[in-house]
Design a binder for this molecule. Structure first.
Ligand code: C5P
Length: 230
């Protein structure tokens, strides 16, 4: 298993394009993330191919349903041999506990991570759906609930990392998207940090997509990011 902190988001509409990008990366130097788009078009076959190449795979499907349904989904996801899976913390504590119990007997169980609030959420959309308090207070509460439910960590914005790290030890994994190397395009990400800033704030893993996948030479882009972390 690679000890890299970088998870490359394989956001592609076909298995062929995802595998073509993966072929340009070294599985000892990064992990990969398969999200809803790629999994919906390729199914478990893409996981098989990536794990056969030696990649640790984060299956990012953000399960959110009744406890029994989420538990069963986590069980079969774990059987695919992935390294990390996730659920949505807004599904509540019973759902998170059911997910955790469903995979606890697996010989090599994946890390189970909770999504707190999506980083795309603004204070306005937060208020509109009837949630009270602030985004920050909700993220703290949801991360605490995830921790109490036995989850291994949460996905959070790099801007929330520092605060969450004051409340949880390094064993509680903080997985952060919204990462942009200095001088690179922000794309549609707004609340961003550089890889080094995010690691210094307490992130365990950095989810990075377009700065690597859109590069002319993805491995070179990955190496440039690694260099900033040394
Ligand atoms: O290309 P980019 O680096 O922006 O990709 C970020 C990845 O992280 C995408 O796969 C996106 O879906 C995911 N993500 C995110 N914000 C979240 C959760 C996941 O950007 N809150």
């Amino acid at each position: 298993m690679s000890d890299s902190k970088i998870i490359v988001a394989l956001d592609y509409p076909t298995m062929a394009s995802a595998i073509s990008l993966a072929n340009q990366l070294d599985p000892d130097r990064c992990k990969v993330k398969v999200g809803k788009e790629l999994f919906t078009c390729s199914g478990p076959q893409v996981i098989e191919k990536l794990t056969a190449k030696g990649f640790d795979v984060f299956l990012d499907l953000k399960y959110h349903d009744i406890p029994n349904t989420v538990a069963k989904a986590c069980q079969v996801a774990a059987d695919l041999g992935v390294w990390m899976i996730n659920v949505h913390t807004l599904g509540g504590q019973d759902m998170m506990i059911a997910a955790r119990e469903a995979i606890s007997n697996k010989p090599q169980r994946p890390l189970l991570i909770g999504v707190t609030l999506l980083t795309s959420m603004t204070e306005e959309t937060f208020q509109k759906i009837g949630l009270v308090g602030t985004i920050e207070s909700a993220v703290i509460k949801l991360a605490d609930l995830a921790h109490k439910s036995g989850l291994d960590g949460v996905v959070c914005s790099p801007l929330e990392t520092k605060l969450l790290r004051t409340k949880h030890t390094k064993n509680f994994q903080l997985v952060t998207p919204g990462i942009r190397p200095a001088n690179s395009k922000g794309d549609d990400q707004h609340r961003i940090m550089t890889p080094l800033q995010a690691i210094e704030a307490g992130s365990n893993y950095l989810v990075i997509g377009r700065p690597i996948t859109n590069a002319t030479n993805p491995m070179q882009a990955l190496e440039a990011i690694e260099k900033t972390l040394r």
